[in-house]
Design a protein around this ligand. Structure first.
Ligand code: C2O
Ligand code: CU
Length: 458
């Protein structure tokens, strides 16, 4: 009799209570609920937030590649919700899109069990996909980390989840979610940037240390461009997927909403030293996110082990560009755009291929495209507006093959591509995951006012 048979027989004989629980069979329950968080420090009152398990960010879920995630969400919020596992290639029914892949998880006690295999290693995150501007903007977001079978050797694996809040003088969330001013411009840009749920003075490190820093932009609308003064961060993965290790263009790591970057940060500063991490994405509005602060003692002399650790690629299907079917997808609207009159009167500010999909009418949505399952596709994404849009496709990962007609240097795999005003990007992928998938802007106020569409793979 092997061990499993033994356990089964013991259970049948009523000995079950004496046996240790089988961990894999028990889903982890996460409650979405009202909570308070000290976002801005002890000199201010705590902020009323909405949070997974009562903390901002919610609990970091960590798995090894190939493991199954089993999480039951219990909704204790006053609104319906869902959970979307951003960037994860999973079966359609687990994607967390209300009315498209599942019914909403009802307010005041609804539950839903999410269960799927984690095929790809990398840095992901989870968040609601219903009333997203208000729900994410009140604090519902958390990291999902999938470790490689053989993770590269680093001294520390650290996640920085970047949040952005609009707070009043008493550190209360300003309840103007969904206002048309934000929606028709660059979204809800706040006034308080947090790292892992609090304003941080410093991040402590020791000379010679090697850190894998997983950066996640969980802001509704703010774009970050992080500059690490006195350091030489190397980008090793984008949106979870390995990329040829490189210095960020222009020296700053740029992250639109929902985007992730894994950077290798070698602590080459002086013992006792202090180096600013700046965000200078918006001209004339640069500020210090925090300081890298060095302990007096070094961890080791000299640099941490060169050469760079290499990440194993995930098994993504390579699109055959010669055979790919091409589609042009246009993003329009916004202030200074063409969308005046009818659309704006209905509270819609943005369009995809001339149409607006309201946040609350998923059940009536017709797909803008039906893709033949298993075929390669190239989408030309055209930003015909004066604003930046981070465009996210569910259920798939795509290569960015060109920007404004120029081939990209790294042909990076992404799930969210930031498209600057009046520019375009070509993405290529194999439509290997059947179902109805969302294609939308991840500025949540743009998503909520029309910049969303459905793509069918069948
Ligand atoms: Cu991170 Cu459709 O979302
Ligand atoms: Cu947008």
């Amino acid at each position: 009799m092997n061990r499993r048979d033994f356990l089964r027989n013991a259970a049948a004989l009523g000995g079950l209570a004496l046996l240790p629980p089988v961990a894999a069979a028990v889903p982890r329950v996460i409650q979405a609920k009202l909570a308070t968080a000290s976002l801005v420090g002890a000199q201010y009152p705590a902020t009323r937030v909405w949070a997974y398990a009562g903390t901002v960010p919610g609990p970091e879920l960590r798995f090894r590649q190939g493991e199954r995630l089993r999480v039951e969400l219990e909704n204790l919020l006053p609104e319906d919700t869902t959970v979307h596992w951003h960037g994860v290639r999973l079966p359609n029914a687990m994607d967390g899109v209300p009315h498209v892949t599942q019914p909403p998880i009802t307010a005041h006690g609804g539950r839903f069990l999410y269960e799927f295999e984690l095929r790809d290693a990398g840095t992901y995150w989870y968040h609601p996909h219903l009333g997203s501007s208000g729900q994410v903007g009140r604090g519902l977001y958390a990291p999902l980390i999938v470790e490689e079978q053989e993770p590269p050797a680093v001294d520390r694996d650290v996640t920085w989840m970047l949040g952005d809040w609009r707070l009043d003088r008493r550190a209360r969330i300003v309840e103007d979610f969904g206002n048309f001013m934000d929606a028709s411009h660059d979204g809800r840009i706040g006034n308080t940037v947090t790292v892992n749920g609090a304003i941080r003075e410093a991040f402590q490190l020791r000379g010679g240390e090697r850190i894998r820093l997983r950066l996640v932009n969980a802001a509704n609308a703010r774009i970050f461009a992080l500059e690490f003064r006195g350091h030489d961060p190397i980008v090793i993965a984008l949106d979870g997927h390995p990329v040829e290790p490189h210095r960020p263009d222009g020296g700053s790591v740029v992250l639109g909403p929902a985007m992730r970057a894994d950077v290798l940060l070698d602590a080459t500063g002086a013992p006792g030293g202090k180096y600013a991490v700046l965000d200078d994405f918006y001209p004339r509005r640069a500020y210090r996110v925090l300081d890298l602060r060095y302990a007096k003692e070094r961890l080791r002399s000299g640099r941490a082990g060169a050469p760079l650790p290499k990440l194993a690629a995930n098994a993504l299907p390579e699109p055959d560009l010669a055979r790919a079917e091409r589609h042009r997808i246009e993003f329009g609207g916004g202030m200074m755009g063409g969308m005046m009159g009818m659309g704006m009167m209905r509270g819609m500010a943005w369009t995809i291929n001339g149409k607006s999909m309201p946040d609350d009418s998923h059940e009536h949505a017709a797909p803008i495209l039906t893709l033949v399952h298993g075929r390669p596709f190239v989408f030309e994404l055209v930003n015909d507006t004066q604003w930046h849009h981070p465009i996210h496709l569910h259920g798939h990962v795509f290569r960015v093959i060109s920007r404004d007609g120029q081939p990209t240097r790294y042909r990076e795999w992404l799930d969210t591509v930031l498209i600057p005003p009046r520019t375009r990007a070509e993405i290529a992928f194999v439509a290997d995951n059947p179902g109805d998938w969302m294609l939308h802007c991840h500025v949540l106020e743009h998503q909520g006012t029309g910049m969303m569409a459905l793509v069918r793979v069948a």
